[in-house]
Ligand binder design. Structure first.
Ligand SMILES: Cc1cc2nc3c(=O)[nH]c(=O)nc-3n(C[C@H](O)[C@H](O)[C@H](O)COP(=O)(O)O)c2cc1C
Length: 379
């Protein structure tokens, strides 16, 4: 049996695969089903101090592309492939008082599984920083193994909440410091991908004392407009608001964000999120240096908590270790970060010999016109 276990921010995981903070972890019953199914850990749906009210109507839909053709739509139809999830769901609509006894009973039932509590509060005053501390103390006293600070929810109007914290380096440091003052468990920070150089917010969070960075949350985006009705495919009485894109579409973009951080902090701890549905996807994050990965969209579409997804991830990792046993690889740390240093500035990528150069076009690259040589046009 391959050893899939790993230690990340001092916590021992039986495998490096977690359910991300989202609907799959919105209740104790979901989380316990997830642990039974084999997930190494979960990050709870984000817990706040004040109740939230979601929009009237669906909170998440799934964008699918025709198998042959270009039509993208959230309307369910045959012969399509998943491209992305799109959501405008707020944090947990359950109160902290609802969560605390449930965290306690989950940990009693599954003492060896890792439960990270995702928390969020405002950040604009000392009173609000104190709210972060109250949440921290509550969930850690209930038995949470760690915290994930939500600096990444894309749906907040307030400039001192959610992804607006993740866009402000000072707030990233200040909130992390406030939490670290009272935290007795590891503190992860979940950053928004909606900034130009995420390594800067990672640095600010590490300066505040963060033990790890998680990324990506969903990407700011709008639903497509239906060409027949001229309505956004997701709207309430005709109105829409930017929401978050997740799933396969964001895998390459989230990898790029992750690489910015792992290259800047090769010794830092990073949890990769975005578009993971099988071990190949997770492997890209591991090879960039991540110590765990998290899954949301793929799990939502697999009986809500991903029993087949976790089976595939575990089996994929076991097969990968088996295939690479001849290299002496027996666990994640043996191959983690191996491709981080292959990302270099464009100018450092080798050019072909002059004779092979096609004026910027590769003669047989799909999607490009064939290389042409200048000829005289005669009329
Ligand atoms: C419906 C929905 C709700 C989510 N709620 C939260 C949340 O409460 N807190 C959080 O940190 N991330 C939340 N997320 C973001 C996910 O945890 C994850 O970062 C994102 O979906 C990208 O992962 P994926 O490509 O596997 O879906 C939510 C995502 C979805 C689709």
């Amino acid at each position: 049996m391959a050893d899939l276990s790993t230690t990340y921010t001092g916590l021992k995981f039986e495998n490096p695969f977690l359910l991300a903070s989202a609907p799959p972890t919105e209740s104790d019953s979901n989380i316990m089903r997830a642990f039974d199914a084999g997930w190494g850990g979960v990050v709870t749906k984000t817990i706040g101090l004040h109740p939230v009210v979601n929009v009237k109507g669906p909170k998440t839909k799934f964008l699918r592309a025709e198998n042959s053709g270009y039509r993208l739509s959230m309307n369910k139809r045959p012969d399509t492939t998943l491209v992305a999830s799109w959501n405008w769901e707020l944090i947990s609509d359950k109160t902290i008082d609802w969560w605390l006894p449930r965290i306690e009973s989950i940990k009693k039932a599954f003492p060896h599984k890792i439960l990270i509590a995702s928390i969020m509060a405002g950040s604009g005053s000392d009173k609000e920083l104190h709210n972060w501390q109250m949440l921290t103390q509550g969930v850690q006293d209930a038995g949470a193994d760690g915290l994930e600070l939500n600096f990444s929810c894309p749906h907040m109007d307030r400039i001192d909440m959610g992804s607006n914290v993740g866009k402000d380096k000072v707030l990233c440091s200040v909130v992390t410091m406030a939490v670290k003052e009272v935290a007795k468990v590891p503190v992860w920070v979940k950053l928004t991908p909606a900034t130009s150089n995420i390594a800067e917010e990672a640095e600010a969070s590490f300066r505040g004392g963060a033990d790890a960075i998680s990324s990506s949350n969903t990407w700011p985006s709008l639903p497509i407009i239906d060409p027949e009705t001229l309505e956004f495919e997701m709207n309430v009485e005709g109105y829409c608001s930017p929401g978050g894109l997740g799933g396969p579409a964001i895998l390459p973009m989230s990898l790029a964000k992750m690489a910015q951080m792992t290259k800047a902090f090769p010794d830092g701890a990073f949890s990769g999120i975005g578009g993971v549905a099988n071990f190949d996807h997770a492997l890209s994050y591991f090879l960039l240096g991540c110590g765990t990965v998290q899954v949301c969209t793929a799990a939502m579409l697999d009986s809500a908590i991903g029993p087949n997804v976790i089976k595939t991830l575990n089996a994929g990792m076991a097969a990968f270790l088996d295939k690479n046993a001849h290299r002496g690889w027996t666990r994640l740390d043996d191959f983690r970060g191996l491709r981080r240093d292959r990302i270099v500035p464009h100018s450092q990528i080798k050019r072909p010999e002059k004779a092979d150069y096609h004026g910027g076009y590769d003669a047989d690259t799909e999607g490009y016109a064939a290389a042409t040589t200048a000829t005289t046009v005669s009329s």
